[in-house]
Design a protein around this ligand. Structure first.
Ligand SMILES: CNc1ncnc2c1ncn2[C@@H]1O[C@H](COP(=O)(O)OP(=O)(O)OP(=O)(O)O)[C@@H](O)[C@H]1O
Length: 180
């Protein structure tokens, strides 16, 4: 089983477009266009696999730094979801999802990822993992969720068929002794 993380940074873009001469404030989320590996060419949050000895929270912070160059204080990361992806009835990936509104630095591209700030209302779900549209909107609204998503058809996961899912919303996510 692969243990992985995703991290969604949010900001308010106050420049807005003017609508009826009013300033519109728009919430934006930092997505990446993945340049290589699993899910290449699709949008997702920064994230990746846990390294040996690393907690999920440490992994989310490291991957966000490596992929897009933002620095996040561990205390500012909020656990938002725990997602289990099965492939042909076996657990393939367990993913810890975090969200934050506090970070330092400017997003910059890396070999792995091209970052893009996207209005929360315009997330390109048609260019993302098929399951994202089911759980990401709630996560971007500040909710918590535990989800299980079943894929079938063999490796690689990003070419398998998404067949069913189960979601439990507004759960308390345990911050384990060495997790969080
Ligand atoms: C099945 N439905 C899914 N829906 C949404 N997100 C999914 C996902 N399945 C995997 N993910 C995420 O995608 C990233 C994989 O990236 P990652 O592990 O980095 O893969 P990659 O092959 O590039 O390996 P490296 O770690 O870069 O070597 C990682 O964040 C993981 O949580």
């Amino acid at each position: 089983m692969i243990e992985a993380t995703l991290c969604f940074a949010l900001r308010v873009d106050a420049t807005g477009e003017s609508v009826d001469d009013n300033q519109r404030t728009e919430r934006e989320v930092l997505l990446i266009e993945k340049r290589r590996g699993l899910g290449e060419g699709w949008y997702n949050g920064p994230g990746g696999k846990l390294e040996a000895g690393e907690t999920p929270r440490e992994c989310a912070i490291r991957e966000t730094r490596e992929e897009v160059g933002l620095e996040i204080d561990p205390a500012d990361l909020e656990k938002a979801a725990e997602l289990t992806f099965t492939l042909d009835s076996e657990i393939h990936t367990f993913c810890h999802v975090y969200r934050t509104e506090s970070f330092a630095g400017e997003a910059r591209p890396s070999e792995e990822a091209r970052p893009e700030w996207v209005p929360v209302e315009d997330v390109p779900y048609d260019r993302m993992w098929e399951d994202d549209r089911l759980w990401l909107p709630g996560v971007l609204e500040g909710r918590t969720v535990v989800g299980e998503f079943a894929f079938e058809g063999g490796e690689p996961l990003d070419e398998a068929d998404f067949v069913e899912h189960d979601l439990e919303w507004d759960v308390t996510l345990e911050e384990g002794a060495d997790d969080g």
